[in-house]
Ligand binder design. Structure first.
Ligand SMILES: Cc1cc2nc3c(=O)[nH]c(=O)nc-3n(C[C@H](O)[C@H](O)[C@H](O)COP(=O)(O)O)c2cc1C
Length: 244
């Protein structure tokens, strides 16, 4: 398929990378990625995101274990912890003579959205340089570990990790839902998932590794029922998010 420009071609090439060559990512490249990612839009321009680069080998090992044995957390050149950061926002409020934030749901959402936007920008920036990576939601198996290892102050919530590095193998591109299912016109329309389920079943059956006889609906049901992480609400509240 041809794409109107290189940016769209890059976006269409996205696939998560979990195998890395072992070549390091130099410091300036990482800083460039973060700088570029910070160009994301930010709700009220509060820029409620912090990212912690984990270089300590022991810490990497502990994160890999906590994420359910995801070896790429240890093997990737870089492992980043993306945090929704209302601590710095509150510092700014205090500096401006305003009171504490009080844990509003709206502020929590703002910080979480800001963080996701910058993180996705970072992955795309990395991919534009030939690097690859993968988000690590498995971090939320034990989010307190990131608080402990990274000494995160209150109102800083570790949301997910991210592995980055030079790809060490080829990975297939997963077909996305058809635009007609995702894009609604004026009113929400109920999706017919039949064709997409068949398409994904063919993809899973034919891909080069981890082949399976499954539809997208089956995989989605398994994912949703397998990852409830019931500790998250208490964790978020303990951190000062979603209090009111
Ligand atoms: C927030 C988030 C958390 C994720 N967590 C993990 C994870 O813990 N481990 C992993 O291998 N992939 C993880 N992924 C990657 C998804 O599995 C992947 O993006 C999805 O299957 C689509 O595949 P693709 O990225 O190769 O297109 C995560 C993705 C997102 C956006």
């Amino acid at each position: 398929m041809t794409h109107p420009n290189e940016t769209l071609a890059l976006m269409a090439r996205h696939r998560s990378v979990r195998q890395f060559s072992g070549r390091p990512v130099d410091e300036e490249t990482l800083r460039q990625i973060i700088r570029s990612a910070q160009g994301a839009a930010s709700s009220s321009f509060v820029q409620a995101v912090s990212v912690v680069r984990i270089t300590d080998t022991q810490a990497r090992k502990r994160f890999a274990e906590a994420t359910g044995g995801q070896v790429w957390v240890e093997q990737a050149a870089e492992f980043l912890i993306w945090c929704a950061d209302l601590h710095r926002v509150e510092l700014a409020c205090h500096k401006a003579g305003e009171p504490a934030l009080e844990g509003y749901t709206e502020h929590s959402l703002v910080a979480i959205i800001d963080t996701a936007l910058v993180a996705q920008n970072a992955l795309l920036a990395a991919e534009s340089l030939g690097l690859g990576g993968v988000f690590i939601g498995g971090l939320r198996n034990n989010p307190a570990l990131a608080v402990e290892i990274c000494a995160l102050p209150p109102q800083v919530v570790p949301l997910f990790g991210m592995c980055l590095g030079w790809p060490g193998g080829e990975t297939g591109i997963k077909p996305r839902l058809p635009v007609d299912i995702v894009l609604h016109q004026d009113r929400y329309h109920e999706p017919d998932l039949q064709d997409y389920d068949q398409r994904m079943a063919s993809y899973y059956a034919a891909r080069s590794s981890k082949t399976k006889q499954r539809t997208w609906s089956q995989e989605t049901a398994k994912a949703m029922h397998g990852k409830k992480r019931e500790h998250m609400l208490a964790f978020l509240r303990e951190r000062g998010f979603f209090l009111r």
